[in-house]
Design a protein around this ligand. Structure first.
Ligand code: ACM
Ligand code: ZN
Length: 581
C-alpha cells in the first residue's frame, strides 16, 4: 500500500488491500448495507485460514452507498470499526474499496490489575480502544503479591484481606514491608472485581469481539495467598509457616485443592479457551527448607527444587485440559519439560517461543525488548519513571514476531501482545499514556501483512490517531514531543544473547549494545555502560545537540566508562556489519 493512500485513510492497522475510488461519501447520510455469510464472500475468502476468514471483510465506500461484506459477524464488526476510524476526523470520507483480514489470530494487550487496580470503567474503555484497533485479546493479570483482584466465593478472604494495601504506589508498599489492609482501613488502597463485574466485562468485550483471558498467577508472585492463608504456605521443620514466601507451596495437597477450586470459579466466569497460569519468576527460595516440599520431592524422586515447579504446572495443565481449556503460561514453564497442550508466552526474548514452537507448541510473542509497554517510550528525563530501557513507538513497531523462526515453526505463532505491567503505573491516566500509541504498533504488526508499510508511513497515521484518541478522552503520549533519538531508525545485527543496534542519523554513527542487565553505548571511541535504563541515551542526545561541550557529565550518570582498548578488542561489532531492519 502506498504512503499517500495510507495518509488519506489513516487506518491502523493498515488493511491488506485498499483501492482509492473517485469521489467522497457523506457517511452520516448513507445507509450501511451488511451482507454476512453470503456465498460470494465465502468463495472469495476460501483461500484463507479459518481464523483469518472469520475476521475478513470487504468494505465498499461509494458516494451513495456503503457496503460491508463478511463471512461472519466478527468480520462485519471489523469492517464497522474501519469505517468508524475513517470517520474520526469527519463524516465525509474518500470513496474506496477495502479487502482485509488479519495476519495473526492473537492480537493482545496485557493489563496488570494487581499492582494498580483500575476498575471496570477503565477496562471497558480499553476494550473500546482495542475494538477500534482490531485487537482481540485482553489478558488480565488479576493476581500477584500486590493484590488479589477477583472475588472467589470459596476463598473470600483473598479479597477481604489481600485486595487492599497501605501504599497506593507499588514502590511505597514495597518499601513499607508489604502491608496489607482491609477496605475500611484508613488510607487503604485497592479494590477487586466481583464475579458479576467480570461477567459484565466478558459480555461487554464479547459484543466488541474481544476475548478476556484471565491470569491467576502460580506458583511464583503469590505472596498475597500465603499472607491470607499462612496455613497453606511453606513450613519449616520447626513448624514455622512462611507467609512472606513469594511462592505457593507445591508440596502441600491443599495448594492443589485451592488452585483447582479457584480455577473452577475462574472458568465459570471466563469462557475463554485459554486460562493463563503465570508460571514466571518463582524464586523457589523457601522450597528447599519446607517439610512439605521436601516430602513431595522424596515421593517424586526429585533432586532439584525446580522440578517442583514442573510438577505443579503439569498437574494444573492436566486439570485445565480435563475441563476443556488450554493452559497459557510464561516461558519459564518450558524449563522443566513443556506440559502437554500448553501454549507459551515468550517474554524473556524470543528463544522460549522458538523452543516451544520447535517442540510443536503454539506460542504468543511478547519479548520485553519490544513488547513491554511499562518500559520508557522516550528519554528518561522527560518521562515518568518507568521500568526498563527504551521501547519507543518505532521500537515496538519494528518487532517482527516470526523473525528467526523456520517457516514450519512460524506456523505455531498465534500472535503477539503488548504487556502493561503497573509497578510504576499507579493511575488510569498514566496507564493510557503508556498504552497509546504503542498499542497501535502492536495492532499493526498483529493484523497487517508483513511489510505493508514503512515506519515513515506508519508514524503519521499514529500521530493522527493519537489526536483522535485524545478527542475520545484517552490520555495518550504526545508524539509531537517525542525526541529525535526515539524517532530515529535503528539498524540491528543479531548477536548471541543480546542485540547490537546501530543508529545512523545526523552524520553520527552510534553503536548501541543491549545486553541483560546492562546496555552499552559507544561513541567517539568510548563506551558508556548503562545498567538500567536509557540514561546513556539522554546523555548522548545532549552531546549531539552541543558537540564540543562534552564533559564528565556524559558518563557520570551511567556509572562506568569502558576504555577504547576494550572497544577495539572486537567485543563489539563493527557498524559496517549492520543490516537495515
Ligand atoms: C513477566 O514479565 N514476569 C512475565
Ligand atoms: Zn513448601
Amino acid at each position: 500500500m502506498s504512503y499517500l493512500l495510507v495518509l488519506l485513510i489513516l487506518l491502523i492497522p493498515s488493511p491488506v488491500s485498499y483501492t482509492s475510488e473517485k469521489g467522497e461519501c457523506d457517511a452520516a447520510r448513507v445507509r450501511v448495507v451488511e451482507k454476512v455469510g453470503k456465498k460470494a464472500f465465502l468463495k472469495r475468502t476460501a483461500f484463507l485460514a479459518d481464523f483469518a476468514r472469520e475476521e475478513a471483510y470487504a468494505l465498499t465506500v461509494r458516494p451513495g452507498r456503503i457496503l460491508i461484506e463478511a463471512a461472519t459477524p466478527t468480520g462485519a464488526f471489523r469492517a464497522r470499526k474501519s469505517l468508524e476510524q475513517m470517520r474520526l476526523e469527519g463524516d465525509r470520507i474518500p470513496c474506496c474499496t477495502i479487502f482485509d483480514y488479519p495476519r495473526f489470530r492473537h492480537r493482545g494487550l496485557l493489563i496488570d490489575e494487581s499492582r494498580s487496580f483500575k476498575g471496570l470503567d477503565f477496562l471497558k474503555k480499553q476494550v473500546d480502544a482495542m475494538a477500534l484497533l482490531k485487537l482481540n485479546r485482553l489478558h488480565l493479570h488479576l493476581t500477584d503479591a500486590a493484590g488479589w483482584r477477583l472475588r472467589i466465593e470459596a476463598y473470600p478472604a483473598l479479597t477481604d484481606k489481600a485486595a487492599w494495601r497501605i501504599g497506593e504506589r507499588y514502590i511505597d508498599w514495597q518499601n513499607a514491608g508489604y502491608p496489607f489492609a482491609t477496605a475500611t482501613t484508613t488510607g487503604a488502597y485497592g479494590g477487586f472485581y466481583t464475579r458479576e463485574q467480570m461477567k459484565e466485562l466478558v459480555a461487554y468485550a464479547a459484543e466488541r469481539h474481544v476475548e478476556i483471558i484471565p491470569e491467576i498467577e502460580m506458583p511464583g508472585h503469590s505472596m498475597e495467598v500465603n499472607r491470607t492463608y499462612p496455613e497453606m504456605a511453606c513450613e519449616t521443620s520447626d513448624g514455622k509457616a512462611l507467609p512472606f514466601s513469594w511462592d505457593l507451596c507445591p508440596g502441600r495437597d491443599e495448594t492443589f485443592t485451592f488452585l483447582e477450586t479457584v480455577l473452577s470459579e475462574v472458568m465459570e466466569i471466563f469462557p475463554s479457551r485459554y486460562i493463563h497460569i503465570g508460571g514466571d519468576e518463582a524464586v523457589m527460595k523457601d522450597w528447599p527448607r519446607c517439610v512439605h516440599c521436601k516430602a513431595r520431592m522424596d515421593a517424586e524422586g526429585y533432586t532439584d527444587v525446580k522440578q517442583l515447579q514442573g510438577y505443579l504446572v503439569r498437574r494444573i495443565e492436566a486439570f485445565l485440559r480435563s475441563k476443556g481449556r488450554t493452559m497459557l503460561g510464561w516461558d519459564e514453564i518450558l524449563e522443566t519439560g513443556i506440559p502437554e497442550g500448553a501454549v507459551v508466552m515468550s517474554w524473556r526474548g524470543t528463544s522460549g517461543g522458538k523452543k516451544a514452537a520447535a517442540a510443536g507448541h503454539d506460542v504468543i510473542m511478547c519479548p520485553t525488548a519490544y513488547c513491554y509497554l511499562d518500559y520508557y517510550q522516550d528519554l528518561i528525563r522527560k518521562e515518568p519513571k518507568a521500568v526498563g530501557p527504551l521501547n519507543s513507538l518505532h521500537r515496538v513497531w519494528s518487532f517482527e514476531p516470526a523473525e528467526g523462526f523456520s517457516d514450519l515453526d512460524a506456523g505455531h505463532i498465534l500472535g503477539l501482545q503488548g504487556n502493561l505491567w503497573c509497578e510504576w503505573v499507579p493511575t488510569v491516566s498514566h496507564a493510557e499514556y503508556m498504552l497509546y500509541p504503542r498499542a497501535f504498533a502492536i495492532a499493526e504488526t498483529g493484523w497487517s501483512p508483513r511489510g505493508n508499510d514503512t515506519f515513515e508511513g506508519f508514524r503519521p497515521r499514529a500521530v493522527s490517531l493519537c489526536k483522535a484518541f485524545r478527542s475520545l478522552g484517552y490520555n495518550t503520549f504526545d508524539l509531537s514531543t517525542e525526541s529525535e533519538r526515539a524517532q530515529s531508525r535503528c539498524y540491528e545485527v543479531g548477536r548471541q544473547g543480546y542485540q547490537v543496534i546501530y543508529q545512523e542519523k545526523g552524520g553520527v554513527t552510534l553503536s548501541y549494545y543491549h545486553a541483560t542487565p546492562a546496555r552499552v553505548m559507544i561513541f567517539d571511541g568510548w563506551a558508556f555502560l548503562d545498567r538500567n535504563g536509557n540514561e546513556a541515551l539522554d546523555l548522548f542526545e545532549d552531546w549531539r545537540k552541543q558537540p564540543g561541550e562534552r564533559s564528565d557529565d556524559y558518563y557520570r550518570l551511567t556509572g562506568e566508562r569502558i576504555p577504547p582498548e576494550k572497544f577495539a578488542s572486537g567485543e563489539f561489532d563493527n557498524p559496517a556489519n549492520a543490516k537495515p531492519l
